[in-house]
Design a protein around this ligand. Structure first.
Ligand code: ADP
Ligand code: MG
Length: 352
């Protein structure tokens, strides 16, 4: 992204042609991340670089960092793209995480399962998303079978947490300070985010500690930009950090309509060194994800959503609707639980 006195231009470095992101670009450089000529041209075209997902090879970011400011820094992306480094970072800085073990073989998994002695989840260290790269393990399951099924060289085994609810906090940090959006409540189905309710209806003390944890993590990471902190809320109100994302997050998409400043605008402000925007909600709201499953009878009937006052539809322009694939989301302004029940019922009605 390159800021100019009379506006700005967006330059995207993309390894895939025709991605939906290119529609907002003034210029797209399509090349592999190890093409240093292309990265050099990219660096010359921009004033500051950022990322929209964390699985960018760290050497590419380090290359750019020698030429332009990169926010979040490669050191932050390195941690957030690897569950092992992320968990160790959180634990070593005193943030609450589920008990976990790092495993690199079936033998290590067997030992770790004996130590944790509980229902647990095995997660690949890298490239997992939307519940992919995870296997639920019950006591008595065969370590060898599970390890072969995971098919990854490094993984984290973590205790399955019996949470009351899930929440997330999106925190923006720049050189002058940090600001958190209100804590939001998330519900996942099959490991995929299904709904987000903003604000979360948690006791004030729980929301306050969620915000304190997010601010603490932002500070310790030294992130410039956004950091999203996913949390489990336990029955006693205590919190466990699940994972981090150094970027705008699916659970923050509702901010496009609910907040004074959207998470996307906030990210740009933070990485460009502009003042952070106000994070107050203009309205409470709920967001539901629209997965490819809704296309079972053909293109869904979106008019159902357009007829609803305060309902906003966002489709991502992905060509092929597959079950479990995030194709878009819809936000409905209003207080939960009424708004949530309403949007869930509307989502059923769009299916033909
Ligand atoms: P992803 O990168 O796919 O979002 P997560 O680690 O956030 O991976 O897991 C996805 C979802 O799976 C979580 O939001 C939660 O619902 C469930 N989950 C993950 N880890 C645990 C755990 N330790 N205990 C209970 N549920 C979990
Ligand atoms: Mg997650």
């Amino acid at each position: 992204m390159a800021a100019k006195a009379m506006g700005y231009k967006v330059v995207i470095f993309d390894t895939m042609k025709d991605g939906p992101a290119s529609s907002c670009a003034d210029m797209t450089i399509v090349a592999p991340f190890d093409d240093t000529d292309a990265l050099g041209r990219f660096a010359l075209a921009i004033d500051v670089a950022t990322v929209e997902f964390e699985n960018i090879p760290v050497p590419a970011l380090e290359f750019l960092e020698k030429r332009v400011p990169v926010h979040p820094a490669s050191s932050v992306v390195r941690i957030c793209q690897d569950r092992v480094l992320e968990k160790e970072f959180l634990r070593d800085h005193g943030f609450p995480v589920a008990p976990f073990r790092v495993v690199t073989s079936a033998g290590e998994l067997e030992a770790a399962l004996a130590e944790l002695a509980a229902p647990s989840i095995l997660k690949t260290a890298v490239l997992g998303y939307d519940g992919k790269g995870q296997i639920s393990i019950s006591p008595g399951d065969d370590a060898e079978v599970v390890w072969v099924m995971l098919g990854a060289p490094r993984a984290v085994l973590e205790k399955r947490i019996s949470f009351d609810s899930e929440a997330s906090v999106i925190c923006a940090r720049n050189a002058t300070g940090s600001l958190c959006f209100p804590v939001q409540a998330n519900v996942h189905r099959n490991g995929i985010l299904d709904t987000t309710t903003a604000p979360a209806s948690l006791p004030a003390a729980v929301s306050e500690s969620a915000r304190a944890i997010a601010l603490g993590i932002a500070e310790k990471l030294g992130v410039i930009g956004l950091i999203t902190v996913e949390l489990f809320v336990l029955p006693d109100g205590s919190l466990v950090v699940n994972e981090l994302a150094p970027r705008p997050h699916n659970s923050g998409h509702h901010t496009l309509e609910t907040a004074v400043t959207s998470q996307f605008a906030q990210h740009v402000r933070a990485v460009c060194g502009l003042p952070l925007g106000a994070v107050d909600l203009r309205s409470p709201g709920v967001m539901v994800n629209l997965l490819g499953d809704l296309w079972s009878g053909g293109e869904p009937d979106w008019e159902v959503l357009f007829r609803e006052t305060g309902c906003f539809l966002h489709l991502y322009g992905k060509e092929e609707p597959k079950p479990g694939r995030k194709m878009g989301h819809a936000t409905l302004l209003g207080d939960a639980p009424t708004a949530l029940e309403r949007i869930l019922s509307l989502r059923k009605k769009v299916v033909r």
